[in-house]
Design a protein. Structure first.
Length: 446
């Protein structure tokens, strides 16, 4: 055990003293925040291409009511459609034709838009939305229905879950009682837990593999192996790199909220307030509704079993990390002199991790489905899927069974990886095949 700790300490100090580690630790959250801002800007960008549209409204439906919006500028013309289409160099981008005999009472109507350049998808969607809104307003006027009368037909419905047992329902400790916010909060926490687990397992496991491959390529391992057993060397690397990963994760857990908060205060806070004020003015969110939403959200946050979730998250992280890092270490030892050879051996390890991530996304919608339950119990998926289910309060028997199988799989795969590692770490020249790896597991001589 002492040698394992010494190797872990060496692996830890090598990386802690590396400037790249601290640069990634400090710059990682900033780069992530910049990436999120850029992606958000890209998705929010609707373009600045203005369209001048001439409307020939033979039915006289929209004149005086249709306003310029969404980069569309409308002009009504009394000229005939034929004359407008004959203009060789028009000062407009298109002609929207509303025929006189168009029946708006039908469920679907078609208007022709004449242009020399087709609208893109966003522009087409915006134009359709504008016209649909105007037709709706026209129909409301024809029916003598006001907007307030129409809104009065809508009733907000809230579904609150209650324990079927009257005694349990009255208890404050009931795990069933919840509001509609519980599902959203549970999905948010589950998404966060699952994504963090995915990143930690994948990144730290890859770090272990790279460490093994570098030492093997540089022939450092030949010196180290004279003092320690290969299995001890593998465990030392796993523990040392794992500690680095935990420190990096804790650093990011502190830095990311701080950066997001500062960014929101500098760039987004005023915009958010203006948005809320405009929604308030429009009547879409009343002060009472806003107060209720904030109160309910804080109430749900307070009822989350944080100790249970975090404790189990740590256990599943340790299990998942030991499984995948030992497999990555075994693969790293089996690679030849060319690091490009690792792809075919790494693929069988990465497939379960990626599959677990996508199953986790499905689990957020249906946490008690058959797929979610058995995936959270299957050892190769459970480190990622089960943390995503914890916020939805799965039965204890599922959690215990998942942990038992995870521990058994950790023991088995660490042993198998150790058998491969002890042979592969001293093999040079070419990449081992899967058949050779199978022989190494049961090979008695080293």
């Amino acid at each position: 055990m002492r040698k394992i700790l010494l190797i872990a300490r060496r692996e830890f100090l090598i990386r802690v003293k590396n400037r790249k580690f601290w640069l990634m630790t400090l710059l990682g959250p900033i780069l992530l925040a910049v990436f999120m801002v850029v992606v958000g800007f890209i998705f929010a960008y609707s373009g600045d291409d203005e369209k001048q549209v001439v409307i020939v409204d033979e039915a006289n439906l929209f004149e005086g009511t249709l306003k310029d919006q969404a980069n569309f500028y409308f002009t009504f013309s009394s000229e005939s459609l034929e004359n407008l289409r004959k203009i060789e160099e028009p000062d407009f981008d298109g002609i929207l034709f509303i025929p006189a005999n168009e029946d708006l009472n039908r469920s679907e109507v078609t208007f022709n838009f004449y242009t020399s350049k087709n609208l893109n998808l966003d522009q087409l969607s915006s134009l359709k939305s504008i016209i649909q809104s105007e037709i709706r307003e026209h129909k409301l006027k024809m029916l003598n229905v006001t907007e307030d009368q129409l809104n009065a037909l809508s009733t907000r419905v809230t579904i609150q879950s209650e324990d079927i047992d009257p005694a349990s329902s009255a208890s404050e400790t009931s795990t069933v009682k919840s509001s509609e916010f519980s599902s959203y909060l549970g999905a948010g926490i589950g998404m966060l837990m699952g994504f963090i687990m995915y990143m930690l397992v994948f990144i730290n496991g890859s770090m272990v593999m790279r460490s093994v491959m570098e030492e093997k390529t540089n022939r450092i391992v030949e010196v180290v192996i004279s003092s320690v057993k290969p299995f001890e060397l593998m465990l030392g690397k796993i523990f040392g790199v794992g500690l680095i990963g935990i420190i990096q994760f804790l650093s990011w857990a502190i830095l990311i909220p701080v950066i997001v908060l500062l960014g929101n205060l500098v760039f987004g806070f005023e915009t958010d307030i203006q948005t809320l004020e405009s929604m308030n003015a429009a009547g879409s969110i009343s002060p009472d509704d806003m107060e209720y939403m904030v109160y309910q959200f804080m109430k749900e946050i307070d009822q989350v079993p944080w100790f249970k979730i975090i404790s189990l998250f740590i256990l599943f992280f340790i299990g998942g990390y030991l499984i995948y890092s030992s497999l990555f270490a075994a693969v790293g030892s089996a690679i030849g002199d060319d690091m490009q050879d690792s792809q075919s051996l790494v693929l069988p390890i990465t497939i379960p991790v990626i599959m677990a991530f996508y199953i986790m996304l499905t689990t957020l919608r249906v946490p008690d489905s058959t797929l979610a339950v058995w995936s959270s119990i299957f050892p190769l998926f459970s480190p990622i899927v089960m943390p995503a289910r914890l916020a939805f309060d799965p039965p204890w028997w599922q959690i215990i069974l998942s942990l038992v199988l995870l521990i058994a799989t950790v023991v088995a795969l660490v042993w198998v990886s150790g058998r491969i590692y002890r042979v592969g770490i001293l093999m040079y020249g070419k990449k081992a095949s899967f058949k050779e790896l199978g022989k190494w597991i049961f090979r008695k001589d080293i």
